[in-house]
Design a binder for this molecule. Sequence first.
Ligand SMILES: *[C@@H]1O[C@H](CO)[C@@H](O)[C@H](O)[C@H]1NC(C)=O
Ligand SMILES: *[C@@H]1O[C@H](CO)[C@@H](O)[C@H](O)[C@H]1NC(C)=O
Length: 263
Amino acid sequence: MIKETVLKLYKSTEIQQFLGLGISFMIAWLRMSFGMRNFKYIDTIKKTVESECPSTVSCADIIALSARDAVELLGGSHIEMKMGRKDSLLSYTATVEDFIPNHNDNISLVISRFQSIAVDIEAMVALLGAHSVGRVHCLNIVHRLYPTIDPTLDPSYAEFLKRRCPTPDPDSNSVEYARNDPETPMVLDNMYYKLLLSHKGLLLVYQQLTSDPSTLSYVKSMAANNSYFQDLFARAMILLSENNPLTGDQGEVRKDCWYVNAR
Ligand SMILES: *[C@@H]1O[C@H](CO)[C@@H](O)[C@H](O)[C@H]1NC(C)=O
Ligand SMILES: *[C@@H]1O[C@H](CO)[C@@H](O)[C@H](O)[C@H]1NC(C)=O
């Protein structure tokens, strides 16, 4: 489901053509976590920057800095992000498809996907905390509610979710969602980890963060200390944004974010 949404975005906008893998992944992650539904704002920013300072700031940098600002607007910490990325001439669609985790992947698969783009386990646990903001479609939850309730779910929380998702076969086009973090839905904070520890994780893979010994200690530390979570989240965003960037003579600065420059 995550992958479908993300790929729809990539196909409809050709966004993949100018992004390195790390940035693509970051966008995918932000999109599903923070519900950034379209990228028109990128064009607005690009137009303003071009009018002041033509052919200087890449679209990849604009996206990385937009991600940084989105995190800050949602109450996260300020992330020191480097600039100087170039836009790619290549398509990354196939690669991105291989790396983005699915909603129903198990924890070991999710860990290995993140590791393949140089995101370690501690940083991965922090990135999943982006789900402190946002919501999940009932389609991805009902298998934990029907026909029987997943025993790893808190029973009263399961009853609450059944009211949000009243049928075992929700229509994918209908607006049936549950929020990840009903307590502070629009704040990027460590509430996500507190909910996991009280068996209120929406997706199975979230709940598995508490059953896998390699991730449980990080979940506990992040639940106990919001500053630790914020520091780790910032570090993880930097890891993503610096994964394999094009710099110097590589690539180009696009004039239009959605197309390679004419030559
Ligand atoms: C996780 O999923 C992968 C791929 O579907 C599978 O090969 C692996 O055995 C699973 N691991 C566990 C612990 O369930
Ligand atoms: C919380 O995390 C911050 C940042 O990592 C750290 O400096 C601080 O000592 C931690 N506080 C406690 C009580 O562990």
